[in-house]
Design a protein around this ligand. Structure first.
Ligand code: SF4
Ligand code: SF4
Length: 288
């Protein structure tokens, strides 16, 4: 199931520019962008993982995590392979990073089938999650359109690196989102994620301006993003948008390229919690 992407523009000499996320990859004929799932073939951009579902579960919505949206409900959760980031601490690296080596896998589903499965499973929503949904945004849109008509809500669990074009393309179909704010340090995004901070802040503001329910997640990694100064900056930023936005501070466990890093201590998380509560109404500790 390969589909032509909608979010791209043609450039000279059969090159294309993908517009889905803030990398805005300029892709040569025969190549893919950074995420490894959007390929230029003869001057047209194709989504190689349209409906190719690598991970599918029925999850409590609190696992997304969303604590203040449809509490106690289940969310039909799907993801493909691939990601536009390369976080060294990725908990889902087996699916998020394989496409960069040209490996694509997953069962094939039409959008109607995803929606039917969600209804059969008695879910109230569909979550586009596990990897970064922006990279398969055209499939998200097709599922979300049908899901809406059938009374289901649509949830994005995202790193927030989508472009303005990506946001304009999808926001009307989305009811809620959990957006990662991994750090408030541009260097951290560059060094550990292959991303940038500014587009993530812009995405958070855009979702809030459209009155879409959002919750923010920060994975707290000891020694990397757990200083009082940095946590305070994050909490203040969220409060500057809306102090009722829930903030999830989650505990890091060694993973992927950070297998030798220490587990975040409960004390560190408690400090982050205290800082958050100075500015925000709702702060939650996760992975404890
Ligand atoms: S989604 Fe992002 S990383 Fe993937 S091709 Fe498009 S601009 Fe590049
Ligand atoms: S954004 Fe999420 S899925 Fe992608 S590499 Fe980072 S942690 Fe993994």
């Amino acid at each position: 199931m390969i589909r032509e992407c909608k979010l791209y523009k043609k450039e000279r000499e059969k090159k294309v520019r993908c517009l889905a996320c803030s990398h805005k990859c300029l892709i040569d004929n025969g190549k893919t962008g950074i995420c490894g799932v959007r390929e230029n073939s003869e001057g047209k951009l194709y989504l190689l993982v349209y409906g190719k579902i690598a991970s599918m579960h029925v999850d409590p919505i609190e696992k997304k995590p969303l604590y203040r949206y449809l509490p106690g409900s289940y969310s039909f959760s799907i993801g493909t392979v691939g990601c536009n980031f390369s976080c060294e601490f990725c908990q889902n690296f087996e699916i998020s990073q394989v496409s960069k080596k040209g490996i694509l896998f997953g069962g094939e589903y039409a959008p109607e089938e995803i929606v039917d499965e969600a209804i059969k499973s008695k879910c109230k929503s569909i979550s586009y999650t596990y990897n970064e949904p922006t990279i398969f945004i055209e499939f998200v849109k097709d599922c979300a359109t049908i899901a809406r008509k059938k009374g289901l809500k649509n949830i994005l669990v995202t790193n927030g690196f989508m472009s303005k074009e990506g946001f304009d393309f999808i926001n009307k179909d989305i009811d809620a989102a959990n957006i990662d704010l991994k750090s408030f340090n541009p260097e951290y995004y560059k060094k550990y994620c292959n991303g940038r901070l500014k587009p993530v802040l812009d995405t958070i503001k855009r979702f809030s301006e459209k009155k879409i329910h959002i919750e923010i997640t920060t994975l707290v990694v000891s020694g990397l993003n757990d200083s009082i100064k940095e946590l305070e900056k994050i909490a203040k930023f969220i409060a500057s948008i809306d102090k009722t936005i829930p903030w999830h501070i989650t505990r890091f466990f060694p993973m992927y390229k950070m297998i030798d890093a220490p587990v975040t201590s409960i004390k560190t998380l408690e400090n982050a919690y205290k800082i958050g509560k100075k500015y925000l109404d709702y702060v939650y500790m996760g992975n404890v």
